[in-house]
Design a protein around this ligand. Sequence first.
Ligand code: UT7
Length: 334
Amino acid sequence: MTGNAKIIGTGSYLPERILTNKELEKIVDTSDEWVTTRTGIRTRRIAGAGEKTSQMAARAAQKALDMAGVSAREIDMIIVGTITADMIMPSCACLVQKEIGAENAFAFDISAACSGFVYALEIADRYLKNAPEMKILVIGAETLSARTDWQDRNTCVLFGDGAGACVVTGSNEERGVVASQLYSDGRLWQLLSLDTMPRRYCPVVDYETIPDRNSFCDGSAINMVGKDVFKYAVREMGDAVEGLLHREGIKVEEIDLMIPHQANIRILKSLAERVNLPFEKVYTTIQKYGNSSAASLPIALDEANREGCLKNGDLLLFSVFGGGFTWGVVLFRW
Ligand code: UT7
């Protein structure tokens, strides 16, 4: 049995609070028109008072377990991609383990910003090559609203909160991860960064009064040179997709659906154009949820799955780019 990670259950969790562009107009000097045309984002979800990344991750994980028909006790390993863990120690993954009762698992976090889920999936895939019987929870979860400067219109209109999860196990069929490639370039770290961890957990404020969040948030907020990040994202994701397809001898026409990290609708359109993929084959949730970093891809994957957009045998492409820089691409047979 040669293992490669196949997904047997997906789940996601989105906080109830919907923050609209119109509401943001009251907070910073922006407009619904600017945000919609420049980013594609219309609304985003914001974690409730006291709602933590680990709790959202656990809820998404439980839904993935339910779909897979796997109990938490059967899980061998939990990997969470996140840059907004509840605290530095313990990891978000250990708190998820506690929350869902996955007492037989070992658990750890991956810090790869928006690429966190794909990095985690690649690690799971490598484990499953040696131990295909393992059952692994791969999660992306973020509370970016707690690490956002709500006075900075360059960033605060972009981000949202949420979590997505998958149960993966080894496959001896033609299903699962076909190929993958990860990349990093630490030389460019200053273009997208978050300086310090919070000294205490941030989202404790009444979420009706979002601008007040900063006074509760000890530590810095996300910093981004948006224009440069945009250019690198399109170029590097484009090169990565083309490189992997070429290496595997797969034509872009064979791709049934691309599920990318959701950062900006214009990035996704440029990427699709660059690799000659019709935009109808790109799954997007950016309009509803904004950019939720490591959570965005697994949330989109769960939605696509639950909407019945994924058929057995479909060839999927996962493509991500984020702070670090980190980026990567996965070809996946559903
Ligand atoms: O998830 C990880 C990776 N992250 C990304 O991939 C994000 C990549 N970057 C982007 O998506 C885009 O660069 C942004 C959406 C962040 C910005 O869009 P842009 O088209 O690159 O705009 P810009 O930064 O060049 O700003 C253009 C103008 C500026 O005004 P001036 O200097 O031309 O007068 C900005 O001050 O738009 C202004 N601006 C805004 N105006 C209204 C910036 N943010 C806003 C805003 N509302 N929220």
